[in-house]
Design a binder for this molecule. Structure first.
Ligand SMILES: O=C(O)CC1=NCN=C1
Ligand SMILES: [Zn+2]
Length: 426
């Protein structure tokens, strides 16, 4: 006994630890093992988990005085803080006007080809100052935190000039230091060919490689480099050039791969040992087999398929059966997925990706932490890890996906601090 705790969450109906997979992402059968402790407790000191287990066993180890906040989670589900490993959350403006076009059947790439889509957001983001981007991003992060997301990736990609991409990444840096949600920054300068480079894509690729990447790397403004590898955007060859240059400069790699057309982006991701390959609705059988034999995490974005009114969701079952390490993300962005609730992503993943609830829990916690290189710090509730956890008003973890569309968050603890709700004694 005698450990001093400053926070104790106890008597959780189901304490879902998702423990035991902080070194390698979960694959296949492992995805269904989520380490549930009934009548569970988590003790925290200085933002770090110091004890976890059945409430009686945890309380035995502790020295509780009235300085310790106590949260009783009787009949509730406690999960690790949700990790959203793929968002475009720093942008200006919005694209609700596209909804009628999409309802009328206009395709995503057609809207982009007409100078709309991403390029619409580019115009608004170039016109916005950094502070405006920070304000907008703060609002989205408040919404995400209130819905259970405690760590997220944030991409640039709506500037498409050196200065505007740097402006965006500095906004992400400012948000990371001033908002409770931990952010991982990704440089996505290769998101679309801007209007001024229409007809000379290779000129823009040179700008990304010769001007943007060196600055981003030198100023330490991003951990990852990502490319939108898609028909009419960046080819597999252009993607390879950009990512090889990024790797040389010390950045880790991601690819928006095989979203609308199966170009072979997923195979390139495996070839370059990218940390993740994202989207994959059109992933070929060959690329699924290659992913199953690689460390590259497959990040699936079912809310994007839903919002694009797509028929074809990523082949998650085939991936899981082939041993692919699967994660889930919101793809929060103003065009193809204006959704920043991981609970909604979880509900769609069960119904459309046919992932069962336990697999979905693994895919929005430890596996999504692996997808952004944060599995040692977050993504599960284990001694020594950051005390990021969510108390959901749910009798069972399956209830989260069953009550699709309702925010069931009761309390969010971020690095040991109660940041949302938190009926507790203190
Ligand atoms: O449409 C957007 O703004 C974001 C996006 N990039 C690639 N797919 C979607
Ligand atoms: Zn995306």
């Amino acid at each position: 006994s005698g450990k001093k705790a400053d926070l104790l969450v106890r008597h959780a109906g189901q304490l879902v630890t998702v423990a035991g997979h902080s070194v390698h992402p979960k694959r296949g059968q492992e995805l269904t093992e989520i380490g549930i402790i009934s009548d569970g407790a988590v003790a925290v000191s200085d933002g770090v988990i110091i004890a976890i287990g059945p409430t009686a066993e945890v309380e035995e180890q502790l020295e509780i005085d009235d300085s310790c906040k106590i949260i009783n989670a009787d009949g509730k589900v406690v999960l690790p803080g949700l990790v959203d490993p793929h968002t475009h959350l720093v942008f200006a403006g919005s694209r609700e006007h596209e909804l009628e076009m999409k309802i009328a059947g206009m395709g995503y790439l057609e809207i982009l080809a007409r100078g709309g889509g991403i390029l619409d957001t580019v115009r608004a983001t170039r016109a916005a100052g950094r502070e405006e981007l920070v304000q907008a991003g703060r609002k989205y992060l408040d919404q995400m935190l209130a819905q259970g997301t405690t760590t997220a990736e944030a991409k640039s990609g709506y500037g498409l000039t050196v200065e505007d991409e740097i402006k965006t990444l500095k906004a992400i840096q400012e948000l990371n230091t001033t908002h409770p949600v931990d952010l991982v920054a990704t440089f996505l300068g290769a998101h679309a060919i801007p209007a001024e480079y229409k007809g000379e894509p290779d000129g823009f690729v040179r700008l990304v490689m010769a001007e943007m990447l060196p600055r981003v790397a030198r100023e330490g403004l991003a951990e990852f480099c990502d490319v939108f590898c898609e028909e009419g955007v960046f080819s597999v060859e252009q993607t390879r050039q950009i990512l090889l240059e990024a790797r040389k400069l010390g950045l880790k790699l991601k690819i928006h791969a095989d979203e609308i057309v199966s170009l072979g982006g997923a195979e390139l991701a495996v070839e370059l040992k990218a940390t993740s390959a994202d989207h994959l609705m059109e992933a070929s059988d060959k690329s699924i087999r290659l992913l199953g034999q690689s460390k590259t995490v497959a990040v699936l974005l079912p809310a994007t398929t839903f919002c694009l009114m797509g028929k074809k969701y990523a082949p998650a079952r085939a991936m899981i059966d082939s041993g692919v390490a699967v994660a889930l993300a919101s793809d929060f962005n103003p065009g193809s997925s204006p959704v920043n609730s991981m609970q909604i992503v979880m509900g769609i993943a069960c119904r459309q990706l046919k992932m069962n609830p336990a697999e979905v829990i693994s895919a929005v916690t430890i596996n999504s932490a692996h997808a952004i290189g944060r599995a040692a710090e977050v993504g599960s509730l284990e001694k020594g890890k950051k005390a990021d956890l969510v108390v959901f008003d749910a009798p069972d973890y399956r209830y989260l996906m069953y009550r699709f569309g309702t925010n069931l968050v009761e309390t969010v603890v971020k690095a040991g601090q109660v940041v949302i709700g938190g009926k507790c004694n203190g």
